[in-house]
Write a protein that binds this ligand. Structure first.
Ligand SMILES: Cc1cc2nc3c(=O)[nH]c(=O)nc-3n(C[C@H](O)[C@H](O)[C@H](O)COP(=O)(O)O)c2cc1C
Length: 136
């Protein structure tokens, strides 16, 4: 799903997505990008531990940083049959960071379908075009 988003971003002129694993991501990475998409599986009704770790490590540094406040943000969750718990908790944290939600979350339930991948691709393209057009 993350790769499909990146492919969508690449459709917009001059845009590029950087795919980073949560454990390898630093506050500086979030500061430096124009938008961020958090991609997580739902585990036990919550986000993955790796995504939670990213939030734990970067919150204090970023919550009042003008280079991160109002950063366009989207959420994508892969779940077995639900996904709402992970989305709800990531949304709460994104509010704490003062990120700007620019699209509804995408939730995949069960095996990822071609339709979901198309939706992810569209999300990436819309996000990149919106940033290029200074809509977000
Ligand atoms: C430890 C564990 C906990 C899970 N908990 C949930 C859950 O609470 N709700 C749900 O819908 N799916 C749950 N699942 C299913 C995963 O969300 C689903 O398989 C997801 O696509 C996994 O993505 P991944 O392959 O990137 O790890 C769980 C899977 C595992 C391994």
């Amino acid at each position: 799903m993350a790769e499909a988003i990146a492919a969508g971003v690449a459709e917009a002129a001059g845009s590029e997505a950087v795919l980073k694993k949560a454990f390898d991501t630093l506050a500086a990475d979030i500061r430096a990008c124009d938008a961020v998409v958090f991609c997580s599986p739902e585990y036990f009704g919550y986000m993955s531990g790796a995504i939670k770790d990213l939030f734990d490590r970067t919150y204090e540094e970023l919550r009042d940083d003008p280079r991160s406040v109002k950063k366009p943000c989207c959420i994508v969750v892969s779940a077995g049959n639900d996904g709402t718990g992970a989305v709800r908790q990531i949304e709460r944290l994104c509010k704490g960071y003062n990120f700007k939600k620019v699209q509804h979350p995408i939730i995949s339930k069960g095996p990822v379908t071609d339709a979901t991948l198309a939706h992810c691709r569209e999300l990436g393209a819309t996000l990149a075009e919106g940033i290029n057009a200074k809509i977000f």
